[in-house]
Write a new protein. Structure first.
Length: 245
């Protein structure tokens, strides 16, 4: 029996790399997708038995070509994303459109690419890495919150479409997670407020009632649970220590 094939977008680092490692451990065949060949190859060297495919999820033709190249996909983890901070009054249309395109349209394009095959086989899992920003608002990231709220709406709508067809669609909503994105947020706080990195990190950790950052492996464990559970569909699973309830 052939191994199930999982594609993880944004697989060059952070949560994507952790998800790939966990799915490999569970016996799946894994393809990492991302924009940087160098970062993908670094993860390939670290993880071993993975394939890599360069893909910009914001490019419709590129998504079509990339998924045609990798073949049948049984599990899609839509992890590629981007965040940038700005007060709404200083949020340019370019920034607004870019964050919606990468975070929301990219999830749509990749899901659309794999769905026909999943429906034909009457088996598939789509897991969208959203954020607690899909469940609540945060100041200075209106574009990101709008995009992630959109991802959750897409998740719920598609889950109903495919509920009786062997496919499940769910969202995982991590809080502040120890990744490059949070490291960048810490740097921005330091630059704008004069706080030390330790103070900035502490401010982010305080959002979590457990007083810590979520770990990528904890997000990966949740993804794996959804991959192996056919009864859970259309859900937003928060991984945030109780920040959202």
């Amino acid at each position: 029996m052939s191994r199930l094939h999982a594609v993880v977008t944004g697989g060059g680092s952070g949560i994507g790399a952790a998800v790939a490692k966990r799915l490999l451990a569970d016996g799946l065949r894994v393809t990492l997708m991302g924009r940087s060949q160098e970062r993908l190859q670094a993860q390939q060297a670290a993880l071993g038995d993975v394939a890599v495919q360069v893909c910009d999820v914001a490019d419709e033709d590129g998504v079509t070509d990339a998924f045609a190249a990798v073949g049948d996909v049984d599990v899609l983890v839509n992890n590629a994303g981007q965040v940038e901070t700005a007060p709404l009054a200083r949020t340019s249309l370019e920034l607004w459109q870019r964050l919606l395109t990468v975070n929301l349209t990219g999830t749509f394009l990749c899901s659309r690419a794999v769905l026909p095959g999943m429906l034909a086989r009457r088996n598939g899992r789509i897991v969208n890495i959203a954020s607690t920003a899909a469940l609540k608002g945060y100041a200075y990231v209106a574009a990101y919150c709008a995009a992630k709220h959109g991802v959750l709406g897409l998740t719920r709508s598609l889950a109903l479409e495919v509920a009786a067809k062997g496919v499940t669609v769910n969202a995982v909503c991590p809080g502040y997670t120890e990744t490059d994105i949070v490291a960048s947020a810490v740097s921005n706080i330091v630059a704008k407020t004069g706080r030390t990195p330790e103070q900035a990190l502490g401010e982010l950790a305080k959002a979590n009632p457990q007083g810590r950052l979520t770990q990528p492996d904890e997000v990966a464990d949740t993804v794996a649970w959804l991959v192996h559970n056919a009864a859970v569909n259309g859900q937003a699973i928060a991984v945030d220590g109780g920040e959202t309830m």
